[in-house]
Design a protein around this ligand. Structure first.
Ligand SMILES: Nc1ncnc2c1ncn2[C@@H]1O[C@H](COP(=O)(O)OP(=O)(O)OP(=O)(O)O)[C@@H](O)[C@H]1O
Length: 644
């Protein structure tokens, strides 16, 4: 049966993301946008204030959604969103003032922001965590300084008083001949606010499409570390640059929407505190959730409303001091600290977790598909791995020295040896972490050209790690889906628009992941969080993720470490099944029982060199191996018993 043809139908059976849920979100969002807009039609003075709040919330929401992608999904803590917001606002204003149609001015401003975003991504590529925050913080400070100092930006400034007289430095946009009026005068319908709310809904839908796609899983992998992501086949550089660009684009659209609603800009609207506020919105609402930023924006608008601020000031005056005022910046910072400490998942994230933990709501395990699946890549060469004369030196230490090694399809080749023998380094050479100093590596008939784990993965190598590297806050199914990389997958535009091709890609990844879990008899765990599983089950999830990637060669780095006897026996069975189905396995392991029961060939390394190669019986009998690795053997005891 053709997988592509059947995937959407099966996706419904497994309860996955589909085009339908995206449409439902869009329709519900548009209804909410109109509902929010209607009270503003009343035309009273109070409604002006209300409409401005809705417009401001929409502009913030769009920028916060971008930050949710960059920080929530891809784990890049950015304080640069206010800078992009400013580029969007000022860029559009300058474009319109110089005669560009509104739409074109926004496009130009967004492109400028995206290019700056790409440059920031490149600047912070080798940096992690707080250093990305510092680079982006400096960026925002620079933008604010330029806005304050450069005369060119003064023309975009102006306060509502000018607008109240019917003039503004930036004319409002037009849509099908309708002026999108601003919400400043009672009696004038602020159509700009409705447009802003609709754009905010579109931003949320775009977020959902991107985050729920295979691109979303690539971002997720990057959040969990560059090395793991690369081993899952993700082009880390490209994913980071794309995510920065998209986030910058969202930030810029937010700024343009701000301009559309208010018609005037001033540098103090784009201070660093806006970046912090946007972080607060994402965190309080719940990062990595579709509705988190919506809840976060509502929360912040509530927090900064006059009545709340007044209440906090009164409280401070009576209990702490009436000589100073904490200010909205202080309140935001305080909230951020409290949320990090007491509500790390944010409001929506915590609610989702609670919902998931309530047994009654646990979704049924997905149904395995009936599509034919082969275990691995098409075998182009029965020798799935051929290493010839490979060497690598670290500062004078030859960690791997002139090593030859071949793995045949359908066999386990075990790599053993004392600590520091060079086993992991050899695995790292094969999986592309380091390039060889000398020698060659061929995988499934293809030569490893430039060592990069994502390129090596494309040749057909997947691996597990000494310590499982799972996304503990994601379901088992989502973890395994992250291992599937569709060749020629739908591009970002198609993903953002949730095109049929993108839906099909996602459905196929899901289908493949369900198949891999079914293969390992783990479907019952599919909807559980990976972090809730026992250590042994987590190791199995890693194996499922590795085989979901259709390897020709599967590398297992100490898969039995930390397993109990029962789990180890299960692993033996899994290995036997994998090889019976034609997979080549390179196994690094210290548990000799597992090695001798599964391996067709054992290579023993010592001090970077091959000490021994042969079958398990010869391995156990070899004098050199006993001396260097297995240790002195007392008469009558097998080395296996001794090591256990
Ligand atoms: N990136 C690196 N830089 C410098 N030295 C390294 C690096 N990676 C490995 N080494 C050194 O190379 C030698 C081989 O290490 P390796 O981790 O490959 O051994 P191993 O056989 O896998 O040991 P274990 O069983 O403890 O995992 C060790 O002396 C180690 O310190």
């Amino acid at each position: 049966m053709n997988a592509a043809a059947t995937a959407p139908a099966r996706e419904r059976r497994t309860g996955g993301h589909s085009g339908h849920s995206s449409t439902i979100l869009l329709v519900a969002g548009l209804v909410a946008a109109v509902a929010l807009f209607l009270p503003g039609l009343a035309g009273s003075a109070g409604s002006v204030d209300y409409m401005q709040k809705v417009g401001l919330g929409a502009a913030y929401l769009i920028a916060a959604v971008g930050l949710n992608l960059l920080w929530g999904c891809a784990g890049q803590l950015s304080l640069g969103q206010a800078g992009f917001f400013a580029i969007g606002g000022y860029g559009t204003a300058i474009g319109v003032q110089n005669g560009l149609p509104w739409f074109l001015a926004v496009v130009v401003a967004v492109l400028v922001a995206a290019v700056v975003g790409a440059l920031l991504a490149i600047a912070s590529l080798r940096l992690e965590g707080p250093f990305v925050a510092i680079v982006t913080l400096i960026f925002t400070l620079l933008v604010v300084t330029v806005l304050n100092q450069a005369p060119a930006f003064g023309r975009a400034s102006g306060y509502p008083s000018t607008v109240a007289q019917g003039t503004s430095s930036v004319r409002p946009p037009e849509l099908f001949g309708l002026h999108l009026d601003r919400p400043f005068l009672p009696g004038v319908t602020g159509w700009a606010v409705l447009a802003a709310a609709v754009l905010a809904v579109l931003a949320v839908v775009l977020y959902r499409n991107l985050a729920g796609s295979q691109f979303g899983r690539a971002m997720d992998s990057v959040r969990h570390g560059d090395l793991v992501a690369a081993h899952l086949g993700v082009d880390v550089f490209r994913t980071k640059v794309q995510t920065f660009m998209i986030a910058a684009g969202f930030g810029a659209v937010g700024g343009a929407v701000y301009l559309m609603v208010f018609g005037h800009l001033q540098p103090e609207s784009f201070l660093l505190v806006l970046s912090i506020d946007l972080l607060v919105m994402v965190m309080v609402g719940g990062s990595r959730t579709v509705l988190g930023p919506v809840v976060g924006v509502l929360f912040l608008l509530f927090l900064e409303s006059d009545s709340t601020t007044g209440w906090i000031v009164d409280l401070q005056n009576s209990w702490i001091s009436d000589k100073w005022f904490i200010g909205s910046t202080g309140i935001s910072g305080l909230v951020l600290i409290l949320v990090v400490k007491f509500l790390p998942g944010g409001i929506v994230g915590t609610a989702q977790k609670w919902w998931r933990q309530t047994a009654r709501h646990r979704p049924a395990p997905p149904v395995a598909g009936d599509t034919d699946h082969t275990i691995g890549a098409r075998v182009l060469d029965p020798q799935v791995l051929v290493v010839e004369n490979a060497s690598i030196t670290f500062g004078g230490l030859k960690a791997v020295s002139d090593v030859d090694l071949t793995v045949e399809a359908g066999t386990v080749h075990a790599l053993v040896g004392p600590n520091g023998a060079g086993k992991t380094t050899l695995l790292n050479l094969v999986s592309g972490v380091y390039p060889v100093d000398t020698g060659t590596i061929r995988i499934n008939g293809g030569q490893v050209q430039d060592a990069r784990p994502d390129k090596v993965k494309a040749l057909g190598v997947t691996r597990t790690f000494q310590v499982p590297h799972l996304f503990v806050d994601r379901t088992v199914l989502e973890n395994v889906m992250a291992g599937v990389r569709a060749p020629g997958a739908a591009g970002l535009w198609r993903i953002a628009a949730n095109s049929p091709r993108a839906v099909r890609d996602s459905a196929q990844a899901r289908e493949r992941a369900i198949w891999a879990l079914g293969y390992l008899d783990m479907l019952a765990d599919a909807e559980r969080l990976a972090g809730d599983l026992s250590y042994g089950r987590q190791r199995m999830v890693e194996i499922a993720r590795a085989i979901a990637g259709r390897p020709a060669l599967l590398i297992l780095d100490e898969p039995a470490a930390g397993l109990n006897h029962h789990e180890e026996a299960e692993l033996v069975q899994v290995l036997q099944r994998l090889t019976a189905d034609g997979l080549g396995v390179l196994l690094v392991e210290h548990h000799m029982d597992l090695v001798t029961r599964t391996a067709a060939v054992i290579t023993c390394m010592d001090q970077g060199r091959v000490l021994f190669r042969g079958d398990p019986a010869a391995f156990l009998a070899d004098e050199q191996v006993r001396e260097a690795y297995l240790g002195a053997v007392t008469a009558g005891a097998t080395p296996t018993e001794e090591l256990r």
